[in-house]
Design a protein around this ligand. Structure first.
Ligand code: HEC
Length: 134
């Protein structure tokens, strides 16, 4: 276990970025990590954006790939998130129209994340909620 942790830690520091820490630094101030749907409705006035669990579930439900090819779906979802970080737009948002009315469109985070950080956080958003329903 110790060995695995060490290897993982080294691999992360040498080659990559930890998606969760990117989320904590760059997304968490607006997107809370976990919240039940009923809680969202209750706290709608203090939230700044849909919780990340909701964002992740929306992308999973709305991005539909022919033949349900999971590899393609993953790549398309990653590309969407990376693009959305820099170019949020009403046209591309898959958010519920009511949520957009409430929160407004996400402010562009252009220039605030490196390519590796965008990749890492996009993968984290997919993997963190892979088995979590909203
Ligand atoms: C200043 C607040 C703020 C920050 C910081 C922020 N977001 Fe958002 N985000 C929003 C709001 C508000 C929405 C909902 C409206 C919309 O879809 O644009 C949103 C929506 C989204 C969506 C959903 C788009 C869709 O079509 O459903 C994604 C994906 C997303 N954010 C990713 C991120 C990631 C990744 C980060 C961190 C790198 C981040 N956001 C940081 C406010 C923020």
């Amino acid at each position: 276990m110790m060995k695995i942790t060490l290897i993982l830690g080294t691999a992360l520091s040498l080659f990559g970025v930890d998606g969760y820490s990117v989320y904590q630094k760059k997304c968490m101030q607006c997107h809370v990590e976990m919240m039940e749907k009923q809680e969202v409705l209750k706290h709608i006035n203090t939230l700044k954006a849909p919780p990340m669990v909701e964002v992740s579930n929306r992308l999973r439900e709305n991005i539909i790939i022919a033949d349900e090819d999971q590899d393609v779906k993953r790549r398309v979802t990653i590309a969407f998130i990376k693009d959305y970080i820099e170019n949020p737009s009403v046209q591309y948002s898959m958010c519920h129209p009511m949520a957009i009315e409430k929160f407004g469109i996400m402010p562009s985070q252009k220039g605030k994340l490196s390519e590796k950080e965008k990749q890492a956080v996009a993968e984290w958003i997919i993997d963190r909620y892979a088995k979590v329903k909203f």
